[in-house]
Design a protein around this ligand. Structure first.
Ligand SMILES: [Fe+2]
Ligand SMILES: [Fe+2]
Length: 312
């Protein structure tokens, strides 16, 4: 069989494509772009919540938040490594991010105004990420699928910590309950937008589904997220800010309103509330860390030349 036939057969039999296998160039490029955007999202996603580490209300909350933000750094690293197996260069991917040539999830361009945002991000943003990512554990590219299995385990922990924080706040003072409701009002619609534009406006989706990189359409995943979140909101005692939200017995799903897609477009194209700040912070971190990378590279080089012939 030719490489092309083996690839088609691997996809048809639901097996994994591995880095050394032949693959169409479009498949490789699509994966590099998707995995890189995903990695960038994990790293940029450290910022909104990271801002609250020094202001966490107790040592316990600080320790939890610190661990969660560190997990996101780890997710970024697994994913950059997966992209490297496709021939991408990590330094080049970082460069693309800080020059605005490669995107990250728009959700992280919104501000975190109170500590309730930490809970709502865990509940809704990590919750939406889980809906998106669980099917990626069966993605056709092996290293990506395997990275997603580890990531999803940690994401579900993140979601629970967010929900637990909100439960605690909802059992607190009226001011705390108001903080939670305010955060839910601000994050609900951006969370729905995390699934991307409606299927009709998402031309690359069909190809990604044929290649089994993606398993479900944007609208399917969005519906799944809404169905999952409504009972959780009820248990919490918060109102989701959508007057059109109601159970549809015929469809056996919740009906819901239409997100403001022009807002998503604005935020994607760089005009969200905090796009410039997020990228400036990332650029600063990159230049602050340049000496570490140089030192590490010099050390590795020295080890290589010292080790030549000595069998080390
Ligand atoms: Fe993550
Ligand atoms: Fe997370």
């Amino acid at each position: 069989m030719t490489g092309e036939e083996i690839f088609a057969d691997t996809i048809a039999r639901d097996q994994r494509v591995e880095p050394r296998d032949w693959m169409p160039d479009g498949y490789r490029q699509t994966l590099i772009r998707q995995i890189a955007q995903h990695a960038h999202s994990e790293i940029i996603g450290m910022q909104p919540e990271g801002e609250w580490i020094t202001r966490a209300p107790s040592l316990r909350r600080k320790a939890i938040l610190l661990a969660k933000v560190q997990d996101e750094a780890g997710h970024g690293l697994y994913l950059y490594s997966a992209a490297e197996t496709l021939g991408a260069d990590r330094g080049d991917l970082t460069q693309r991010l800080i020059e605005g040539r490669q995107k990250y999830s728009s959700i992280f361009n919104y501000p975190t105004l109170s500590f309730a945002d930490v809970g709502v991000i865990g509940w809704l943003v990590d919750g939406a990420a889980i809906c998106n990512q669980v099917p990626l554990c069966r993605s056709s590219f092996g290293p990506y699928a395997r990275a997603m299995i580890r990531i999803c385990k940690e994401e579900s922990f993140h979601q629970r910590q967010g929900y637990e924080l909100l439960m605690t706040m909802m059992g607190g003072t009226p001011e705390q309950r108001d903080m939670v409701q305010d955060a839910v009002d601000r994050w609900w619609w951006p969370s729905l937008m995390m699934f991307g534009p409606p299927d009709a406006d998402s031309p690359n989706s069909a190809r990604s589904m044929a290649w089994k990189i993606k398993r479900h359409s944007n609208d399917e995943l969005r519906q799944r997220f809404v169905d999952m979140s409504v009972p959780q909101a009820e248990a919490l005692g918060v109102t989701l800010p959508d007057p059109e939200l109601r159970w549809n017995a015929e469809r056996e799903h919740y009906d819901f309103g239409t997100p403001d897609w022009s807002e998503l477009q604005r935020v994607i194209t760089g005009d969200g509330p905090l796009n410039r700040q997020r990228i400036a912070r990332r650029r600063q971190a990159d230049s602050d860390g340049a000496w570490v990378r140089e030192a590490a590279a010099a050390y590795a080089e020295k080890q290589r030349s010292a080790g030549n012939g000595s069998g080390r």
